[in-house]
Design a protein. Sequence first.
Lengths: 359, 306
Amino acid sequence: MIRLEPRRQHSQKMIYLSPLLAIVLTLISGAIIFAFMGKDPIEALYTFFIMPINNAYGVGELFVKATPLVIIAIGLAMGFRANVWNIGAEGQLTMGAIFGGGLALAFYDSTSVFLLPGMFVMAAIGGAFWGAIPAWLRTRFNANEILTSLMLTYVATLFLSYLVYGPWRNPEGFNFPESRAFPDAALLPIIYDGTRVHLGAIFALLIVAGGWVLLTKSVVGFQLRVVGQAPQAARHVGFRQKRMVWFTLLLSGGLSGLAGMFEVAGPIGQLQPSISPGYGFTAIIVAFLGRLHPIGILFAGLVMALTYLGGELAQIGLGLPSAVTGLFQGILLFFLLACDVLTKYRLRFGSVSKSGEPA
Amino acid sequence: MDWIVPLILTVITASTPLLLSATGELITEKSGVLNLGVEGMMLIGAITGFAVTVSTGSATLGIIAAAIAGMAIALIFAFLTLTLMANQVATGLALTIFGVGFSALVGSGFVGFAIEPLPSLHIPFISDIPVIGPILFGQDFLVYLSIFMVIASGWFLTRTRAGLILKAVGDSHDSAHAIGYNVIRIRYMATLFGGAMSGLAGAYLSLVYTPMWAENMTAGRGWIALALVVFATWRPGRLLAGAYMFGCISVLQLHAQSAGINVPSQFMSMLPYLATVIVLVIISSDVTKIRLNAPACIGKAFRPAQ
């Protein structure tokens, strides 16, 4: 019989070890699943996790995929710390792409250097606007932000679909549901030749640094932690829960919007019905895997980016459906949540604790 | 008036999966467990039901398998949140992400298969009565089950000892534990029941509603079911009204085009999601009502004091 015994304080060691343990367990389950599907597990794991990054272009792709994940997860983590569950990042990403991309389309023959900065601002506004709706509904009407932010994701995706099938469809195209290609002035510059790594990657690093400062050095960061861990204490001291809801949803919405604009102004280069392979949802896992901490999120973003690349290669090389990526992501989060029990509790083997033993 | 019977029939078909999964989630939440993985459990039920029906040729086996698959995946959730005391919100999200991936992986081998739709009840003469015949006596088994389960849940929660214990566990797990009830075991059972019902709801989608398998075919219905539980303020009777109201909205969206309403289809497709938001806002703004009806311990981990 295994029992859980509470630790006096959270184990610092386990906080760092549990994500690693979860990754190892996910790899083992992955090997079993591959074997079950009739593939050589070693070869499959190699194809999935090593082959994508054994050349410079592959490493570049890793950064390309990690960029939106990290940017979104930084914002989400702030909210999760304060018990604000924004799970509609995918919708905020879409609105950011629409607002930012809309500006690029409005000035499709522009060569101005101000176009790109303008798109940054518009994208952040678009994402924050889409995050503001659940914030308003929660603070004004007490409506659960989990459900409202998720419902708004469907609305945003449908809105984008309407735009690219309708008014924003490329008038000079062949009736495909896609917008004009963005002008060069609206595209993020490539920062490393021979890859697709764009300026957004630099911004992701800046956002990580900013998130770290916000969380560890600022009063707001302190409030976030208190509101999440001890809501009653926070009320006593006079921290206002409502203000935290607004702050975290506007921040995570704005960052998600920025990530969406980086996608359409980076690897994609135009608006189309589908602009994200679920980055907004995967970023939830990134936030948890990174321990809701900006530096951890940076590493977690790279790990999760690898599952996307591995999924693509497994599709080509092994004939596996790309859905394997989602399966791995889900399993990883399961193991992570299971392993986290070790930060708060000690495993004890044996049925009854001896009397006098310190708990 | 020829169109009215088919219209009502489509409303019933659209409402049944919502009603099934929302009834299950209502019982789960009444025990104090918030399982946000309804969408994932429905998808796993949908692919399991479809795959088993295609492989065995028996829709009955498919439905049973879907319920079992829903329970199996709910068991993972229960183990993580009840035994390992993991955060229920995060685990529910994990369940949905896992369900999307798992169902798509298994389902990739079943795209494009066709099946015989579930047989409908047919009582000679009675089912042939105009209007009420096909509506009341011409449905498939799961429609009757969904109505039966929602009524049975209402009766269970208010009229049976077990139901009162379940509510006690959800409202104050410490007191329930002190009296001697096994909080964890009761929550396990309520969570598994929710999983089975979501599995059935998924099977209804893939075996009756479409009937076929498509990736992500639940399209947010699991989340709408979660919202319906709040809409119903945790009372089964209102769940019935809510599920059928949403059924009407989603059918309205399908029929608006043919009725000559000239609105882009994407805006019509937004209706169920926008309606969910509006309904949530209306119900949630009455804070006292929510506080009176919501299980007080919802989402909170329980660890018996030693």
